[in-house]
Design a protein around this ligand. Structure first.
Ligand code: PMP
Ligand code: GLN
Length: 391
């Protein structure tokens, strides 16, 4: 064998995702897993039954159509209309994907030439770095700083170069819980238009907002329709993260471009689940309202417990994650070391935000906890942390 590394240079350093590492640690130690973001109770029974029915009735057991089953594409279009007042043609402006993850990867592979720069908020969701790298792009981070994690629009302006091809935006933002304000959305749209940039928006937490904050898709703003690929998925909204049903909406030209890449990644996925998600999207408003109020109560429960245990808590306005700072609790310890020791120390797993940063110090002492868990689980985790760090 030659000395050449097996893994190509684009993927060098990406290794195993932090979610896999920390979930494996949770299993090995029997710790409470507040790391990887998945709910510990499944979504609505009626939606599960819809999946079973589809399997039994032979709907989706063979390759579904490449762009997704018509029932789901129609349901996605109706959902965009109902919640955001946006009209999309289910045939030309909606594409079903294997979760938002595939949609993001396909968008990068479709829209980037090698060397194109992609500006993204950091800390970033980990697949962004990999997807940009696989497409040969160059990531340009725009750091969100504690305590508010608001994007610095002057820094964004300064980061735009002639090589900037697109903005990859995530709001509600994982892991900080930041939700873009109407003024920020307007400024981002203005910049995108002024510099003729494409925009990919990751909106998987569109229904998980708190304290009266609401999510507005950037694609709804003037000048954005022809330049935005809007991405969402069923995993978070319906608590079926294992089904991997996501979707893209946008103008026909952009959707066709993303579809071209997508068809050679998975071609299609999740046949029977596509029918079930079509039914889920049509659930009444009460479902969406209770998702929000339930998670807001869980946020408050965990935030109080972590504050009690000595963490500095940054209260999220969206997503089911909260970011904390451990500088006072564990002076001199970085987040990665802290998270690797936490299961042994007290039987709790969390995620170090530092691994989602290029910035050398911004996330160094930040640790993320997921609160999409049953109240007694959150209470027990907080209790263990309180005892471990009692002073
Ligand atoms: N984007 C963000 C911000 C996420 O947190 C996640 C993970 N859940 C995804 C994308 C991936 O979503 P999916 O599971 O639908 O691929
Ligand atoms: N989105 C989930 C999180 O942020 C993880 C998904 C994954 O493991 N790829 O925790």
């Amino acid at each position: 064998m030659s000395a050449r590394p097996l893994l190509n240079r684009r993927l060098e350093g990406l290794g195993t995702t932090i979610f896999a590492e920390m979930s494996a640690l949770a299993v090995a130690t029997g710790a409470i897993n507040l790391g990887q973001g998945f709910p510990d109770t499944d979504g609505p029974r009626s939606v599960r039954e819809a999946a079973v029915r589809a399997l039994r009735d032979g709907r989706g057991n063979q390759y579904p159509p490449g762009p997704g089953v018509p029932e789901l594409r129609t349901a996605v279009a109706e959902h965009q209309k109902r919640f955001h007042g946006l009209s999309f043609d289910p045939d030309t402006e909606v594409l079903v994907t294997a979760g938002a993850t595939e949609a993001i990867a396909a968008a990068m592979l479709a829209l980037l030439e090698p060397g194109d720069e992609v500006i993204a908020f950091e800390p970033f969701y980990d697949s962004y770095a990999a997807s940009i790298a696989m497409a040969g792009g160059v990531r340009v981070p725009l750091t969100l700083h504690a305590p508010d994690f608001r994007p610095d629009l002057d820094a964004l302006r300064a980061a735009i170069t002639p090589r900037t091809r697109l903005l990859l935006l995530n709001s509600p933002h994982n892991p900080t819980g930041m939700v873009l304000t109407p003024a920020e959305l307007a400024a981002l749209a203005e910049l995108a238009v002024a510099h003729d940039l494409l925009v990919v928006t990751d909106e998987v937490y569109e229904h998980v907002t708190f304290d009266g904050a609401t999510h507005t898709p950037l694609i709804s703003l003037p000048g954005m329709r022809e330049r935005t690929v809007s991405i969402s998925s069923a995993g978070k909204t319906f608590s079926f993260t294992g089904w991997k049903v996501g979707w893209v909406t946008g103008c026909p030209e952009l959707v066709a471009a993303v579809r071209t890449a997508k068809q050679f990644l998975t071609y299609v996925a999740s046949g029977p689940f596509q029918y079930a998600v079509a039914e889920a999207l049509a659930l009444p408003d009460t479902y969406y309202d209770s998702l929000r109020t339930d998670l807001q109560a869980k946020r408050d429960l965990l935030a109080a417990g972590l504050t009690d245990a000595g963490f500095t808590v940054y209260r999220p306005r969206g997503t089911y994650f909260l970011t904390t700072d451990i500088a006072e609790l564990a002076p001199g310890t970085d987040a990665l070391t802290f998270c690797r020791q936490l299961p042994e120390r007290c039987g709790v797993v969390a995620i170090p935000n530092s691994v989602f940063h290029d910035h050398p110090t911004a996330g160094r002492t930040q640790v993320r906890f997921a609160f999409c868990k049953q109240p007694h689980v959150l209470a027990e985790a907080a209790d263990r942390l309180r005892k471990a760090f009692a002073r």
